[in-house]
Design a protein around this ligand. Sequence first.
Ligand code: GLY
Length: 362
Amino acid sequence: MNVVIIGAGAAGLGIGWQLARQGATVTVLERAQYAHGAIWAAAGMIAPVGEGMEGPLAQFGQQSSRLWPDFAATLEAQSGVSIGYARKGALLVAADGDEAAHLARRAEQEEDLQLLNASQAVEREPLLTPLIAGAAFAQDEAQVDTRALGHALARALIAAGGTIIQNEAVVRIEVSSGRAVAARTPFRLHEADAFVIAAGAWSSGIDGLPPGTVPQIKPIKGEAIAYAVPSDAATLREVVWGTAVYLVPRGRRVLAGASVADVGFDTSLTKTVRAFLEERATALIPALAQWRVDEHWAGLRPASPDGLPVLGRSQVDGLFVASGQYRNGILFTPVLADVMARTVMTGALPPEHAAFDIRRFA
Ligand code: GLY
């Protein structure tokens, strides 16, 4: 089977890698550079609990979280790239009584959440301010270095026989008798047996398709910053979630994110958001006030109309979609790669994922 994938992010590369491993001939077309969109901007949390997921989204997130250790090991072995997957848990911090009560209610219902008082939380994370109303620890939460992940996925895809073509945007899908037959770029026509749109925030901007084939996928901007850990200082022990901020230790840096803004395809950096993130981060971890911010960046999350992933076979034969991951593209990478490779190979989204079926928008 000859498959063209549109978008070389976490989804496109992951799906392409799995399909190539299963014997498909895979070409990934990328409008810019591979693994430089949302995957590059993401903090890399594997965090169904931190993200407060519920219902089918929580099940999907937990399923993917369980797949992550094997996925990471196989990816590292096949790419030769270390991706820094680490399951060290996450601390969810309550700033006031309302947030503490909310955490307590969650801890009653969620097995994975262990309630802590302020001093227990500070014992677990010595850099944390003691001025908190409570906390909870989620032991199965993990993280991965997303910039290394992108590189690893690309290397693994190529090692499995796949091809990545950069700086070649798909502008149109050619449809003949209700079937997708080619992806048109400014340079040429790529014919294939199947096409997968995995283009993140750019997923619904491709011409040639009947109206409504791909629901509106909106870019939701996130700005984040990174602190350099001073050479004589210890870093955070685990991911820390506060009020409107999360902190992720990554090597000798601590990432702090992220804003959530519906401003189109604008990725400009703003002083206002940087100041907001610094204020929130230092309120949680006072030592950060003395640490240098060494990077400030922005990315675009792909959001569907109902906030859920958009997966499966579209109304156009031979055209598949994997988009709408919104805040969870990194968490979902293993499950999405597996589910979508199966979908392309069999022609149907497995029924247990019906909540995310693209046909709900038909
Ligand atoms: N998953 C974190 C974010 O989207 O900001």
